[in-house]
Design a binder for this molecule. Sequence first.
Ligand code: HEM
Length: 366
Amino acid sequence: MRQGERRDLRRLQRGAGVSGAGAWIKERLPIEAESLRELTNEPVPNHLKRWWFALGGTPAYLFAVQVATGILLAVYYQPAPTTAYESVRYITEQAAYGWLLRGLHRWGATLMIAAVILHQIRVFFTGAYRKPRELNWMVGMCLLIATLMLGFTGYCLVYEQLSYWGAVVGANIAGSVPFLGGFVKQMLLGGDGYNEHTLPRFFILHAAVLPVALTLLIVVHIGIIRLLGVTELRFADEPKDKPKHFNFFPDHLLSELIIGLVLTIVLTTLACIVPATLGAKADPLTTPEVIKPEWFFYVAFRWLKLFSGTVAVLSTGLIVFVMFAWPFIDAWLRRRTRFAEASVWIGIFGALLIIGLTIWEAAVAH
Ligand code: HEM
């Protein structure tokens, strides 16, 4: 390009509002604003203006909080039985804002699990898992399991009495699964019982394997939503002549940012008012009188206590299988039987059972 032409091009770019830096970037990343707008501007059905129906964004935001606070906690955390407890004590009592980071991470976990469960309940009761969204329901089930596993492994890292005995009980439950159980238990503990390899394994699962798995699953989940769109729902109070959709960008993104802001305030308040505590240090020689998992495992724990070993584990496996296959079971019920709306009653029964077993486990010592 001759000097005169180069000057003309610069004048043209200036006329079009493209600065020197902008032109430099544009030459290297030739992305048109129009195509970017088209890519992000998916029309979103009006019902997603209500938070209950757009709950999926909440665990996604909380997951980002968990990654950020988790990386900062990992700066001081030392995953070995001899050092873990002291390093958590150091974070809580001495590291700058360590107590706040721990509080945010703890409450972030609780709220994330609650949000995933509420989102699943919303998807279930609106029948949003039905054809053609069956696969995304199953991806969602993997998200649920990965989120619960993150909660469990995180709890074990503190090396309190309940972290230690929770890990032992969890590994024993895994060990009682027919065929694969022994292998899974060995892999989890790095031996037949809890030993010096166990805590590093839990840490790798908690800080690397599960977050990467969750990230990939969220990408697939959102990718499928982008391909199929969300289920169209219309409320009785919506005027018929109103447009049925609004723009993802900037409208929906702005609502998500506001929800994120509110969640940040809620999280910080909770972390300050009810900070993360530290119980007694793990003592492998003294079994505590009462062993309790975190609240989100109360239901499974109570179930396992109600039945004997193998029956309990097999029935839990069957329930998880039914949950995975639910879109197909529901389709069969709707096609082949008179119970087209059975899912609502089964859902209500399931929810009451979960709430009942959780309260039961919370209320009694054993
Ligand atoms: C980390 C966990 C999860 C994240 C970040 C997430 C994210 C999202 C988002 C952003 C949406 C769009 C609509 C909305 O906000 O409700 C959505 C929809 C959906 N999710 Fe999730 N989700 C998660 C877990 C789950 C679980 C546990 C299930 C069920 C087992 C599930 C099943 C679905 C289905 C079927 C849809 C489509 C809903 C429709 O068409 O209206 N998701 N998810």
